[in-house]
Design a protein around this ligand. Sequence first.
Ligand code: C2E
Ligand code: MG
Ligand code: MG
Length: 612
Amino acid sequence: MTVDTPTGDLARSLSGTQDGDVVATGLVLVADDDRVMRRMLRGVLESDGYAVSEVGDGLAMLEACRQFRPDLVLLDAAMPGLDGFAACATLRQVPGAQATPVVMITALDDDASMERALRAGATDYITKPVNWSLLRQRVRRVIQERRADRRAQYLAYHDALTGLGNRAHFMERLEAVLERARSQRQRAAVLYLDLDGFKLINDTLGHDTGDLLLKAVAGRLSGCLRDGDVVARLGGDEFSITLEGVEQRSQASAAANRVLDALAQPVSVNGRELFVGASIGIALFPDDGDDAVTLLKNADTAMYRAKDGGRNTAEFYTSAMGSQVQARVSLESSIRRALESDEFRVFYQPVVDLPSGRLLGFEALVRWQHPELGLVSPGEFVPVAEESGLINPLGLLVLERACRDCRAWQARSQRPVRVAVNLSGRQFAERDLVEVVARTLSRTGLAPTLLELEITENVVMQNTDDSVAMLRELKALGIHLAVDDFGTGYSSLAYLKRLPIDSLKIDRSFVHQIPDDADDSAIVQAVVAMAHSLRLRVVAEGVETVEQAAFLRGIGCDVAQGFLFGRPQPVEFAERLVEGDGRLLAPGGIGAVKAPRPASPVAVAAVVELGR
Ligand code: C2E
Ligand code: MG
Ligand code: MG
């Protein structure tokens, strides 16, 4: 694994002295067949503080350059065997030594030999008999120039934050990897890695924390790859990796899994444990592209697919993915356009009190009334809206309409009716969220106690002092706060205890198979009990059958929402329900309670996990 941190000669040159006022450093290789001359050169250079190494002919010079990478070669032009001119010309072909400065020492002070020296690739020359003070000046100047070049080159090819190579560096190294793979008829792989949820950490915890996290990630990536693999930071939270000598796809996916495992461990930053996963796209040479640019682009495409497929996974590129990326880009601009032409609608799904079966309120769920596609559900566009930041204007629109509609319901109803609005992580990271909510409430005239904001568990878990403060301020407005989709992420009831929230919405994936599935039933039952002990109200999502409702009521679940009571519908539908007697199911309609079955060990383990 190659991480181009400045080591050896590069480190020496980066820490180089200024203008010769301090002792000079650097390794000078003297190549001269004349032993006396070598000795004199060594004496002068060592007295100036350089380390000196000697060789007696051209071939030995080439070998020494390969091995020691000197900072400068002082090269005698006239030597037996390979002479200085030929040796210098050859050195310019040696990988890694092309840029080594060479000062040629020629016997003849004529234009032709100077010309010849420069044509052979010499950086400079001096003539015999040697003017020692001139020689010392030349050596010092050439070494200083070389250092400046190296520093500029280092900066141009490296990412200052992590010390990893940058995009330019990566592309160069990838070209070389492909060249070798071509000649050895081998495969190679390009991995494109994007951190999951990094933006949120950066937005909520601040850039300093984000930077430390990126450094830690760079270290982890470097640590889990083999010698010869190259890792680079392409920018932001995106990294790339080359894998050489890949015979099977399985080798590439094994490497990707190693990376995912390494990143799965929490990263401790400023005394806080952060979880950052990654999505990885893999493109193979020559299967998915013949050149560096195509391979990196296709790995990037596959990475997007990995993100869609649930994050913290790796995906191989397939040719079908190319067109999907196109689709994604055009979806983003369609959302932008749809916001301008007012194509988004807010639908309302009833939320009911389980013991009585009465209407408590509604959850506002956004829909896109697309001119050609018809009604589009949020699963199709909310992820893209979140990624592009368009969720901010979209979220505001939903909040505004939900508050306005809810305000209007109160006049038609005998009882107070609440509205719940989903808040994306991006909105939660906006500094002025509290102000925006307060203004919306006062503009629409809705009582704060009638508004509930739903924040997903994952957003709450990437929690910070800032976001606890934000939740407190929201709470201080008098509104209710709910944790949405509980159970789908890093579920921790113990942690939720510290937050000023009112209710917990159990994700519908747990509700789906109750009461038949003993594990899910046990989990839901345990979550209800633990949530109650924390004085949280429990809402079960996705209730579709009378059996599910009966079971939930039997274990003391407070509130339910699901197709059994009503699907998300336009506002007119909500108005009709509000005007009714508030009963969504006839008394006793839920029926008898089925006794929960005993929990299996798997379920118990899951509950322990949930209670962490
Ligand atoms: P969510 O907040 O968990 O909303 C509940 C989802 O479950 C809704 O999907 C709803 O239609 C669906 N659902 C409710 N009852 C049942 C049931 O009995 N069976 C089944 N199979 N599904 C049921 P929908 O409307 O497609 O919304 C999906 C997700 O999109 C929401 O999940 C929420 O995370 C997001 N979303 C919706 N509207 C907004 C919004 O205005 N802002 C933000 N940030 N996200 C939104
Ligand atoms: Mg919700
Ligand atoms: Mg939910």
